[in-house]
Design a binder for this molecule. Structure first.
Ligand SMILES: Nc1nc2c(ncn2[C@@H]2O[C@H](COP(=O)(O)OP(=O)(O)O)[C@@H](O)[C@H]2O)c(=O)[nH]1
Ligand SMILES: [Mg+2]
Length: 159
């Protein structure tokens, strides 16, 4: 992943603000907990639905730079979308999540992209398909191509 422009590649320490957004129950909290704490909270009752916005941190090394990632876990219910507005504004990257086994969540990613863009037009977006265990990449590819076409982007090459 290339670094956002605000990060000086020569600096030894940098911060990166990452918004994790998308419809409810697409696995945003599980994704962050797995990445930060290396646990998979399979039972939703262990963490419950996200209300407002939680922040978890993790430092990673990219070349010789220690990058402190601030991961903002936002609520996926649309009625809560504006509660995280102050986090959308500081985000440099947005992981836009959808559940690969549920096409309706894919269609709702545009709502979340617009919501973040409205507050933060410079934010970069990375589309993240979750729950790979429930669906094959081949089945998912048509969704991705449709989404990219809707933004006038080239078809995706899956590697
Ligand atoms: N099969 C499967 N289920 C997942 C995966 N990630 C999350 N889940 C389940 O999806 C549900 C919603 O997860 P959660 O992280 O709370 O979603 P969020 O509302 O987007 O934060 C939970 O029951 C999780 O156990 C995954 O990779 N595979
Ligand atoms: Mg959550």
């Amino acid at each position: 992943m290339s670094l956002p422009k605000r990060i000086n590649a020569k600096a030894r320490v940098a911060n990166c603000q990452v918004i994790v957004a998308g419809p409810a129950a697409t696995g945003k909290t599980c994704l962050i907990e797995r990445f930060v704490n290396n646990v998979f909270a399979a039972d939703d009752a262990t963490h419950g639905p996200t209300l407002g916005c939680d922040c978890l941190q993790k430092a990673v090394f990219i070349d010789d730079t220690e990058v402190h990632l601030f991961l903002y876990d936002t609520a996926g219910q649309e009625r809560f979308a504006d509660m995280a507005a102050s986090y959308y504004r500081v985000g440099e990257v947005c992981l836009l999540c959808f559940d690969m086994s549920d096409v309706s969540t894919f269609d709702r990613t545009q709502f979340w992209k617009k919501k973040v863009s409205d507050h933060n037009p410079k934010c970069l977006f990375i589309l993240v398909g979750t729950k790979e265990d429930l669906l094959s990449e081949e089945t998912c590819a048509p969704f991705l191509e449709r989404w990219l076409r809707s933004f006038g982007l080239s078809p995706l090459v899956l590697v």
